[in-house]
Design a protein around this ligand. Structure first.
Ligand SMILES: O=c1ccn([C@@H]2O[C@H](COP(=O)(O)O)[C@@H](O)[C@H]2O)c(=O)[nH]1
Length: 475
């Protein structure tokens, strides 16, 4: 943007009352000699257009695929920029809906795309980070921020120390220079404003950031997996925690393929990346005893455990036979399986009888990922209580989040299905979250990923991507 255009924009902003001088009490209680209100721009389409052009010229050398305005004032800026460039736009919700999708970001999200943040005014930079955080959780890459007016109160430094580039169309100092030169503001006022800016620098500390960014606030101080192994009372749980610490992976692949060879090939391909291979033996059309034997061979070869996701739900006497007998003889090859708590404690006792506690363990289904499921809070609490009554055998949960807080909860493992890099459902009720959302925000331990990996072109390479994201999210 050239000097003349900049001057014209400043004068127009002054004319429409977007920049005012006097004595104003800010939200913080501080008295300020200057007040910037860019919300008035929506009443002046010519100025909005000038602003959009100025913002676009400030980012002419920046490469980005999509853009997102910080709500609310910058939304019309971003909309105009999107329309002028043809680049798609995303919108961040200020309030998350209490119903439906509960999405933070509206629009088509393509993980890996570079997203430009558009802001009207930067003081501390915190509102920029309120927008950056949910975008990064959706796996968008945010490197660049463009703002119409930088007040010069430390926002640039706060944004840049957090690794983002900030480009501004105007600084408050430049605005003052133009207005003084045009005789709109006297030098005494300009000096008061300059002194105010100098004396009111804002540093964003980690504490302040945590107050504003809810997910940072909720972040758990994690007990290392090797220490949790010492708290767990079941041998398979101990082995799983130790394996995760040793192999540095919290990825479980749901191997939902329907032929034995495909299952074994998949297990061999993703084996180096995983802590657990999850099976549904009853969907494998040519399952034989040899399939179980071969799976155990691969588990030893690659150092993973086998979890048969059988979701037992019958009385104790029946599950004894379902787990040890039938075509699948689950107890002979799976390290652990899972059960619904619905029938009562007898189901745990039955499965313990069928498999024994030395080489087997059990997870309870405390929550499910599917839309409209009936596992409500009371049911989840009842599962938790049941698990606490059987710590010799039950070592964790299938859940959408960590369901027991504190050191007592450290003795259990939390495995979460419904994980994919993109969050669109499957049309049959499955609901997805990203690996980062599941591990960092919901404090789960292990992500369970099926179609996101086995339906990809290269399951081994894709498993490595999920593994890295899930492991990094623990930090
Ligand atoms: O609440 C639940 C419990 C189990 N699952 C199982 O996890 C996988 C998910 O597969 P995707 O292809 O990643 O959707 C599948 O085996 C389910 O049976 C679940 O999704 N939700």
């Amino acid at each position: 943007m050239d000097e003349e255009a900049r001057k014209a924009l400043v004068l127009r902003l002054f004319d429409i009352g977007a920049v005012k001088f006097g004595t104003f009490t800010l939200k913080s209680g501080i008295e300020s000699p200057v007040y910037v209100d860019l919300r008035v721009l929506v009443s002046h389409p010519d100025v909005l257009d000038q602003v959009a052009n100025a913002l676009l010229s400030a980012v002419s050398s920046v490469e980005y695929d999509t853009l997102c305005g910080v709500p609310y004032t910058a939304l019309p800026f971003a909309t105009l920029m999107s329309s002028k460039t043809g680049k798609p736009m995303l919108m961040r919700r200020k309030e998350v809906k209490a119903y439906g999708t509960k999405k933070m970001i509206e629009g088509v999200i393509t993980p890996g795309q570079r997203c430009l943040i558009v802001e009207d005014l930067v003081t501390s930079g915190l509102s920029v980070f309120e927008t950056v955080e949910p975008l990064e959780r959706e796996q968008l890459i945010v490197n660049d921020v463009v703002v119409l007016l930088d007040r010069g109160q430390g926002g640039r430094k706060n944004i840049e120390t957090r690794g983002k580039n900030l480009r501004s169309v105007l600084t408050l100092a430049q605005v003052l220079d133009v207005l003084v030169a045009a005789g709109k503001v006297d030098t005494v006022t300009a000096d008061r404003v300059t002194a105010f800016i100098r004396d009111n620098q804002v540093t964003v500390t980690d504490k302040l950031e945590a107050q504003v960014l809810p997910t940072k606030k909720a972040k758990l101080q994690r007990t290392p997996f090797e220490d949790r192994a010492k708290l767990c009372k079941n041998a398979v749980g101990v082995a799983l925690f130790s394996l995760m610490a040793r192999k540095k992976t919290n990825l479980c692949v749901a191997a939902d393929v329907v032929e034995a060879k495909a299952l074994l090939d998949l297990a061999d391909a993703v084996g180096p990346q995983i802590c657990v291979l999850k099976t549904h033996c009853d969907i494998v059309r040519d399952w034989t005893d040899e399939t179980g034997t071969q799976l155990r061979f691969l588990a030893d070869k690659h150092d993973f455990l086998i979890f048969e996701d059988r979701k037992f739900a019958d009385i104790g006497n029946t599950v004894v036979q379902q787990c040890s007998g039938g075509v699948h003889r689950i107890a002979s090859w799976a390290h652990f399986t899972n059960a619904h708590a619905l029938p009562g404690d007898g189901i745990v006792d039955g499965l313990r009888t069928a498999a024994g506690v030395e080489n087997h363990g059990l997870l309870l289904l405390a929550q499910m990922s599917s839309a409209g499921n009936l596992l409500n809070k009371e049911y989840t609490s009842a599962c938790v209580e049941m698990a606490k009554r059987h710590t010799d055998f039950v070592f964790g949960f299938i859940s959408q989040e960590r369901v027991i807080e504190g050191s007592e909860g450290d003795a259990f493992v939390y495995m979460t299905p419904g994980v994919k890099l993109s969050q669109e459902g499957d049309g049959l009720g499955q609901q997805y979250n990203t690996p980062t959302a599941v591990i960092a925000d919901r404090n789960s331990d292990i992500i369970i990923v099926g179609r996101g990996i086995y339906k990809s072109d290269n399951p081994a390479a894709t498993a490595a991507i999920y593994r890295k994201q899930a492991w990094d999210a623990l930090a």
